[in-house]
Design a binder for this molecule. Structure first.
Ligand SMILES: [Ca+2]
Length: 366
């Protein structure tokens, strides 16, 4: 999944400014010489990119050449990107995304990291179940974060896939800057075939803008550090407008007509308020204020059967993490089911003891 494709305000975050020492630069450079393959490095477009980056003053030529001399292009990534994208109906997507294992693993993750999740909710106003649901979809709670070397995957798309080259050259630069800031050898860092990183699958630019050092150890590590992972997702949702306590989606009834087709084409955009949508023939099945913005969300719940929802502000926020209606609906459903299970288990475990002092924040919301 690709997180955070939005333009960012770089002033909202405080990326750490550490730099590689000369000794570590030399170590990277010398360790890669033995395996160097000059063919990729010698390509005119790669040389031009290196020239441009050196001209910014942010990189030394030797460190970039040390990386690109050792990049291994991955043609399989281009094959994946070239596959025609098929839009699955919701009922299929749901079955493949939400399983008993998703929920069992999610509750276990929640219990294990309860204190961090609670602290993230207190600081950023994003509830545990939402953070846990996102991590479940993105990486099965940190189990599948991608095994491609990011230098390989990002370079492959940046230089061998013209349609996305501009975007991925920027992400490649962000990645190289990130490695410098975190004091890591870029040739050792791994992620998805599309360059997404760590448990929350942030793109490199998102990592630099929105990852946080939530355990205060001086590093932002979303590859391995659960506190930084949880804090970073919460911070991302806070900055993109999550409103604590608000609904994500509410079911609605729709009277078919041309106006509905127009609304469906609107995708994620909150162009209308609930009152306006009601005038267009949409009746919410649950109470919702007339003056809040909403978007009509149609989903095929069974073959040939479409049901409708109104997506509210928090639905829109989830689509800022991943621009897919199916993704946002799955995140909402997983989070609700996780919350129900977590609270049921907590209530069961605490039924014979008075432990209100440690009552989870999620339970106190009721
Ligand atoms: Ca940290």
């Amino acid at each position: 999944m690709v997180a955070g494709l939005l333009p960012a305000n770089p002033n909202r975050c405080c990326p750490m400014k550490t730099t590689l020492t000369l000794a570590s630069l030399f170590a990277i450079f010398s360790s890669t010489l033995a395996l160097a393959d000059a063919a990729f490095l010698a390509r005119p477009d790669v040389q031009r990119y290196v020239d441009e980056q050196v001209a910014t003053g942010k990189f030394k030529r030797a460190e970039l050449e040390a990386v690109f001399a050792n990049v291994q292009l991955k043609p399989n990534i281009i094959k994946i990107l070239d596959k025609p994208s098929t839009s699955r109906p919701w009922y299929q997507f749901r079955n493949s995304t939400i399983s008993e294992k998703t929920l069992t693993n999610g509750v276990a993750f929640w219990k294990k990291h309860q204190a961090i999740l609670q602290r993230a909710e207190q600081k950023y106003g994003v509830p545990p179940e939402v953070i846990v649901a996102i991590l479940g979809i993105e990486s099965n709670y940190g189990r599948t974060t991608g095994s491609f070397r990011l230098a390989d995957s990002l370079s492959t798309i940046a230089f061998n896939y013209p349609r996305r080259a501009d975007f991925f050259r920027k992400e490649l630069t962000e990645f190289l800057l990130l490695a410098k800031e975190e004091g890591k050898d870029p040739l050792t860092l791994t992620g998805s075939y599309a360059g997404a990183i760590g448990w929350p699958q942030f793109m490199p630019s998102s990592y630099r803008k929105w990852a946080v050092d939530f355990d205060g150890d001086g590093h932002r590590d979303i590859w391995n550090n659960p506190a930084d992972v949880i804090g970073s997702v919460a911070y991302y949702f806070q900055l993109h407008g999550w409103r604590a306590g608000d609904d994500v989606l509410i079911p609605a009834q729709v009277q078919a007509g041309p106006q509905i087709d127009k609304l469906i084409a609107d995708k994620f955009n909150l162009h209308y308020k609930v009152a306006e949508l009601k005038k267009m023939g949409i009746s919410p099945y649950a109470p919702v204020r007339d003056n809040v913005p909403a978007v009509l969300v149609p989903l095929e719940t069974a073959p040939g059967v479409t049901d409708y929802w109104l997506g509210l502000n928090n639905f829109y926020v989830i689509t800022r993490y991943n621009r897919s209606t199916l993704y946002a609906k799955a995140a909402q459903e997983i989070s609700e089911q996780l919350r129900e299970r977590y609270l049921a288990q907590w209530a069961l475990n605490s039924s014979n003891k008075n432990n209100s002092a440690t009552k989870p924040v999620a339970l106190r919301r009721n």
